[in-house]
Design a protein around this ligand. Structure first.
Ligand code: NAP
Length: 260
C-alpha cells in the first residue's frame, strides 16, 4: 500500500459519488474509500452500483448503493436524506453523473436531445449541489463538493453544442455557489477532464482514436479513470482547504494553447 493511502486523508468522513457505477465515478468511489471515507454510490443502474460496492468491500472499505436518477429532484433529495440517515454526516460529494448525448451540428440536433443533456449534466448537477449544500449547511461541519465538468466546457468539438453548454454552465454556476457558501466553509470546485478511457470514451469511438489522441496530448497518453478521480479526491481533502470556485483541467496538457 502506498504512503498516500496510509495517510487516509478522508478518515471518518462520508462521501457521496454520483455516476459511481462506472468510469471516473467508480474509480473515485474506490479512491475515497482507500482514503478512509465511507462512500455512497448513486446512479441509475443498480447492478453497476452493486459491483462498485463489491469492489470496495473486497478491499475492506465501507460503501453502499442508492439507485438514483439525478434528473429527478425527488430522487436526489431522497439520496441525500438516506445518506445522512444511514451514516449521520455528509462531508464530500462528487457530482460526476453525466451523459455525452447525441453529437450533431446544431441545425440537425433534435430539441429533445438538447433537453436531455441539460436535464442530466446541468440540472442534475444543480439539484445535487442544492440538496447536498442544504444538508451540509444544516449539519454545520462544512464540506467539499466536486463536480465533473469537461475540457469541452472551454473548448468545443463539432456537434458538442448541448454537451459544451451543459458543462460550461456548470463551470459558471459553481462560482456563485462558492460565494454563497464559502462563509460556511463549504467549498466547491470542478474537474475538467480531457479524454479519459471510460465507457463514455468508448461509446464516442475513443478506442479507435486512442493513438491519435495520445500523439497530440503533451503527456502522450489517454487518461485513465484514476487520473481524474484522484484529483477529485484531492479537492475533497483538507489539503485543498483554501481552494474554492475553481475549474481544474485534468487533460494531460491538451488545453495548453500551443504552436506546433
Ligand atoms: N471520459 C471522458 O473522456 C470524459 C471527459 C470529460 C468529462 N467526462 C465526464 O465524466 C463524467 C463521468 O463519465 P465517464 O467518462 O466516467 O463515463 P461513464 O462510465 O458513462 O459514466 C457516467 C456515469 O453517469 C451515470 N449517469 C448518467 N446519467 C445519470 C442520471 N440521470 N442519473 C444518475 N446517474 C447518471 C451513469 O450511470 P447510469 O447510466 O447507471 O445512470 C454512469 O455511471 C461525466 O460527467 C462525463 O461527462 C468524461
Amino acid at each position: 500500500m502506498s504512503q498516500r493511502h496510509q495517510s487516509r486523508r478522508m478518515e471518518g468522513r462520508v462521501a457521496l459519488v454520483t455516476g459511481g457505477g462506472s468510469g471516473i465515478g467508480r474509480a473515485a468511489a474506490l479512491a475515497y474509500c482507500r482514503e478512509g471515507a465511507t462512500v455512497v454510490v448513486a446512479g441509475r443502474r443498480s447492478e453497476e452500483l452493486d459491483e462498485t460496492v463489491r469492489l470496495i468491500v473486497a478491499e475492506g472499505g465501507e460503501a453502499s448503493a442508492i439507485p438514483t436518477d439525478v434528473a429527478i429532484a425527488q430522487q436526489v433529495r431522497e439520496l441525500v436524506d438516506l445518506t445522512i440517515e444511514r451514516y449521520g454526516r455528509l462531508d464530500a460529494a462528487f457530482n460526476n453523473a453525466g451523459i455525452e448525448g447525441a453529437f450533431a451540428p446544431i441545425a440537425e440536433m433534435p430539441e429533445a436531445d438538447f433537453d436531455e443533456v441539460i436535464a442530466i449534466n446541468l440540472r442534475g448537477a444543480w439539484l445535487s449541489i442544492k440538496y447536498e449544500i442544504a444538508a451540509m449547511h444544516g449539519l454545520g461541519n462544512g464540506g467539499a463538493i466536486v463536480n465533473t465538468s469537461s475540457f469541452l466546457a472551454k473548448g468545443a468539438s463539432v456537434g458538442s453544442t448541448a454537451y459544451s453548454a451543459s458543462k460550461g454552465a456548470l463551470d459558471a454556476l459553481i462560482r456563485a455557489v462558492a460565494l454563497e457558501y464559502g462563509p460556511h466553509n463549504i467549498r466547491i470546485n470542478n474537474i475538467n477532464p480531457g479524454a479519459i478511457q471510460t465507457p463514455m470514451f468508448e461509446r464516442l469511438g475513443g478506442l479507435e482514436q486512442i493513438d491519435i489522441i495520445a500523439a497530440f496530448t503533451p503527456l502522450r497518453r489517454v487518461g485513465q479513470p484514476a487520473d481524474a478521480a484522484d484529483v477529485a479526491v484531492w479537492l475533497s481533502t483538507d489539503e485543498a482547504r483554501f481552494v474554492t470556485g475553481q475549474t481544474l483541467m485534468v487533460d494531460g496538457g491538451v488545453s495548453i494553447p500551443h504552436v506546433r
